[in-house]
Design a protein around this ligand. Structure first.
Ligand SMILES: [Ca+2]
Ligand SMILES: [Ca+2]
Length: 510
């Protein structure tokens, strides 16, 4: 129950904080007419921070270093549980630690904080990374700077970015580890901290992974103000909370990396909607919805490190609607990429958008198929509104039955073909048969019948759907073995009166 209370408190405070930030913004703007003051603060070797353009005078300047108290906690495979604190002005802290040369250094940054405690996902990520890769993993604690009002926390990200850049320079100087051995993983405001750190290092660190980068205070700002592709050799981003019920997304909807992944469209995540939690008050349901989408990005990144069911793969597409029509199911010409840990650049391009579906639970991965159904034009065939359902079978078993077009009705026009996206957590090495059923959608009640081909007898009053073929194009299958499953002639032996099964003719289509 305490986690529920914490979540509710988080939400309410977040909402208040965002509202107060928006209110403060208005106040500053109105007083701006009388002349907004330009201010700056200087913090020793970290230099000065000014609110002059491109920075906004609506955002407070960073608080003092001692107040934010940024600390660096090193873990390695030699000390996976107990961390060593690294202090850039104290060389003995490095000498006494297990910091390794010749391996990657992964720096993890938390986001806005309500309670002044490190969020549980960070420990999970540290262990996942150490299990996967022999790295120096450094967790940055800037909780005292992240626990302020939201707008002050935004202002503080600039100072923490400078602290992280200072740490990296010190580690390079003392150990000889090169710039391209540093990888920063930042959640929410932490992703923006990573942007400032990378900017100070000339955009030459190996990689920044932005885990649902924070939106309020950064949207539509200059690239020097927000994380952008110039901040590292490779910037990859996962976007999971582009908007909420109130229209305020904690995460950034805009593409900001070299590659940008939008699981489930990047706005709302499965299992996070209010309808999926029928219990509790409106505020409770709102709180679940409000933070769940945002934190899902961290869960997805961790799942991508573990990759227990293989990598989650995204498909390049103009937008999510087109992706959901199944039209982007291709890997040719850099059109697909693994999301998270195994992400890679698309050569010479940036802000490339990739879409994928996930499930609501770890390990989240689904397999995507493009389904192309061709409806036959016979003399008596009429247009019909229907809901379509598909189930695949292979050597490993069968998938669940999936409602195409997310259960929405489809207008079926004889003589035309339509594409759909089919996604399932079940892995099939090949598809041996497909079961298909349909429900006619009428204004009053729905019922369903199915029938195949014009050569079947049509009973009086029984609607017939004339399907010429069903073609499947698997997205996740190996490129060498990828084929179109051409499902044409059905077996006459029908499994059930309401379900028709097609045997795959396994003919490779062009
Ligand atoms: Ca930047
Ligand atoms: Ca959302």
């Amino acid at each position: 129950m305490s986690s529920v209370c914490l979540t509710i408190a988080f939400i309410v405070t977040c909402l208040l904080s965002l509202l107060s930030w928006a209110k403060g913004e208005r106040q500053v703007r109105s007083s701006g007419a009388a002349g907004t003051q330009e201010k700056s603060v200087c913090y020793g070797r970290l230099g000065c921070f000014s609110n002059a353009p491109p920075f906004s005078s609506d955002i407070p300047l960073p608080q003092p270093r001692k107040r934010i108290n940024t600390t660096f906690h090193l873990r390695t495979r030699s000390n996976p549980v107990q961390s060593h604190v690294l202090k850039p002005d104290r060389p003995e802290t490095l000498r006494r630690s297990n910091y390794e040369t010749g391996v990657m250094t992964r720096i993890i940054l938390h986001g806005y904080s309500m309670y002044g405690t490190i969020e549980p996902w960070i420990e999970t990520m540290v262990q996942a990374i150490l299990a996967k890769d022999d790295s120096n993993v450094i967790v940055v604690d800037w909780l005292k700077g992240a626990m302020a009002t939201y707008s002050q926390a935004v202002g503080n990200t600039r100072l923490v970015g400078a602290e992280v850049a200072n740490l990296i320079k010190w580690l390079m100087d003392k150990t000889g580890n090169p710039l391209d051995s540093f990888h920063i993983i930042g959640f929410s405001l932490g992703a923006q901290v990573a942007g400032y750190a990378g900017d100070r290092l000339g955009g030459r660190i190996a990689r920044i992974s932005a885990v649902d980068p924070a939106n309020p205070g950064f949207k539509d700002t200059d690239p020097r103000v927000h994380l952008d592709p110039s901040d590292a050799k490779f910037v990859d981003a996962i976007h999971t909370d582009g908007n909420t019920l109130l229209g305020v997304g904690l995460g950034m909807k805009d593409a900001i990396g070299h590659v940008d992944f939008y699981p489930n469209g990047g706005n709302d995540q499965p299992g996070c909607d209010m309808a999926s939690s029928s219990e509790g008050s409106f505020i409770y349901q709102l709180s679940v919805s409000f933070s769940c989408d945002h934190f899902r990005a961290a869960d997805l990144y961790i799942a991508s490190i573990n990759a227990t069911n293989g990598p989650m793969q995204g498909y390049r597409c103009d937008n999510y609607d087109r992706f959901r029509q199944g039209t982007c199911m291709s890997c040719r010409g850099n059109r697909c990429r693994k999301m998270g840990w195994d992400a890679e650049r698309v050569p010479r391009q940036e802000r490339v958008k990739f879409y994928l579906q996930t499930t609501a639970e770890d390990p989240f991965k689904v397999n995507h198929y493009q389904v192309k159904m061709h409806f036959r034009n016979v003399s008596r065939a009429k247009e019909v509104d229907a809901k379509l359902y598909l189930q695949l079978r292979g050597p490993e078993g069968e998938t669940e039955e999936v409602a195409l077009k997310e259960g929405n009705q489809v207008r079926i026009v004889p003589g035309h073909s339509q594409k759909f996206l089919f996604s399932t957590p079940t892995h099939l090495s090949k598809v041996e048969s497909v079961s298909f059923r349909w429900e006619e959608v009428t204004s009053s009640s729905s019922w369903w019948f199915s029938s195949w081909f014009g050569d079947e007898e049509e009973d009086t009053g029984v609607k017939t759907l004339h399907v010429k073929s069903i073609k499947l194009k698997p997205g996740e299958a190996d490129i060498q073995t990828r084929s179109h499953y051409c499902l044409s002639r059905p077996h006459r032996g029908i499994l059930a009166k309401d379900t028709k099964t097609f045997r795959s003719c396994i003919r490779r289509a062009a």
